[in-house]
Ligand binder design. Structure first.
Ligand code: UD1
Length: 427
């Protein structure tokens, strides 16, 4: 198999304008949600990323007609969908395919789904998703040997469901199924992330009745049928944050267009605390954020929290930035265990980071990281290493970039447009 990596010649200030793509985490939920309609949905502002491509293939395997040739627009005609068994390798290869659980259960009252690879009940469980489906009246069975979940219901009936943890995935998945349940559903202690709201807006465009998304409680009145619609996906909060951090990390001056500034408040606040200037603006067509940095970052404390707190997906890029802080910064990860795989790689670049209890990192800033060969272990770790490579002196080779392709559209092209020296290489 061809090996691809990014070669980055670091130490160049990022300057200029970059436009943000559609939100990955909204897209990967809205594409499966579109099959609830049993008609045609046209989705716009989709990012060109591996996860979207993978979902297209999964829907086609199920018999859905998908037209995805026209720029960032996908036409999904699910009238032809007959197969409720999503068991292929493509399904288990991507986590977000679990949204087919709610979507197929909602529309067909039965589904068989291959689960995301690895141990399901381990580090990233889906117990809250299953609890929600059961509360709606589904019989849910886990086949741990084959790593498959089966759910079936005579009738889906609205219920009051309290989530034990705030989970983006469980909130969205149960919302999908509940849209077509009989009667009313109340979801308590739900996630409030921008993409939860985006999915709710999309469902409402299909004729669903979802109220309260963006607060702690979502109320849903079930509908027997939903209809097709057109919908444009919101800009990507995490891609925006990654460019904001990359600008600051390279002592840059970058205007980031097609953003929703309110989604970025936690990141803007932390960057400003570290000494960056963050300016919000509106050029008459788009909202933008401009991030300017002229000094080594001040050491700050960052704690990841559910929205509107600081997103865990930006913890890793933020750590790369803070490697050059003028003092000791602290990062506390409260959402996921073991989300410090990037630390080993940053250390190869000279970073001084100590870990405590696998959830707290103390980053003792050094004047600059130095180029090295480093390996992405997941999507956001990959983004972190890109930020590190851009800021470092010398040449950095970031390997395993298939992880980055899952979630960042044209990352190298966008960075090149800002003056970065980054090349996609293969052998
Ligand atoms: C989503 C995002 C991911 C982001 C994460 C947290 C998508 C496609 N992915 O992932 O980028 O990092 O939110 O913002 O939107 N949990 C349980 N039981 C469950 C579900 C979750 O205990 O049934 C726990 C998880 O282990 C984790 C926490 O809840 O500790 C939050 O996870 P969750 O919000 O569900 O993350 P994802 O939806 O997987």
């Amino acid at each position: 198999m061809l090996k691809e990596w990014y070669e980055i010649k670091g130490g160049h200030r990022l300057e200029g304008t970059v436009t943000i793509s559609g939100a990955k985490n909204a897209a990967v939920a809205i594409i499966p949600a579109a099959v609830l309609a049993g008609e045609t949905c046209v989705l716009e502002n989709l990012p060109h990323i591996q996860d979207v491509q993978c979902l297209k293939e999964i829907l086609e395997e199920l018999g859905v007609t998908v037209d995805y040739t026209d720029g960032d627009c996908m036409r999904i005609d699910s009238r032809t969908l007959t197969n409720t068994k999503a068991l292929s390798e493509a399904v288990s290869s991507m986590r977000a395919s679990y949204y087919l659980l709610g979507a197929l259960l909602g529309r067909f009252h039965e589904v068989e789904l291959a689960l995301p690879g690895g141990c399901v009940i381990g580090a990233r469980p889906i117990d809250q998703h299953l609890k929600g489906m059961r509360a709606l009246g589904a019989h849910v069975e886990l086949d741990c040997e084959r790593n498959i979940v089966r759910a079936k219901a005579e009738r889906l009936i609205g219920a009051e469901i309290y989530f034990d943890v705030v989970s983006v995935g469980a909130t969205i998945n149960v919302m999908l199924a509940a849209c077509m349940a009989e009667g009313n559903t109340v979801l308590c202690n739900v996630a409030k992330e921008p993409h939860v709201v985006d999915v709710a807006n999309f469902l409402n465009m299909m004729g669903a009745s979802v109220k309260g998304a963006g607060t702690d409680m979502i109320r849903i009145s079930g509908r027997p049928r939903l209809h097709g619609c057109g919908y444009a996906i919101i800009p990507d909060q995490i891609e925006t944050g990654t460019f904001m951090i990359a600008s600051a990390a390279t002592m840059g001056d970058v205007i980031i267009k097609n953003v929703i500034p309110t989604h970025m408040e936690a990141i803007s606040a932390k960057l400003m605390e570290s000494g960056a200037r963050v300016i919000e603006g509106d050029d008459g067509r788009d909202f933008y954020l401009r991030v300017i940095m002229n000094e080594r970052p001040r050491p700050i404390n960052v704690k990841t929290l559910p929205y509107p707190g600081f997103p865990t997906d930006l913890q890793q890029p933020m750590m790369a930035y803070l490697c050059a802080a003028a003092g000791v910064a602290t990062i506390n990860e409260t959402i996921f265990e073991n989300r410090f795989n990037h630390v080993k790689e940053l250390r190869r670049m000279g970073a001084s980071i100590s870990l405590k209890d696998n959830n707290t990192a103390k980053v003792k800033g050094i004047p600059a990281l130095r180029g090295a060969d480093i390996y992405a272990t997941d999507l956001r770790a990959g983004a972190s290493l890109i930020v590190a490579g851009l800021a470092a002196s010398g040449t950095t080779n970031v390997h395993n970039i298939h992880f980055i392709d899952r979630g960042y559209e044209y990352l190298d092209k966008k960075l090149t447009g800002l003056g970065a020296q980054i090349l996609r290489k293969e052998k």
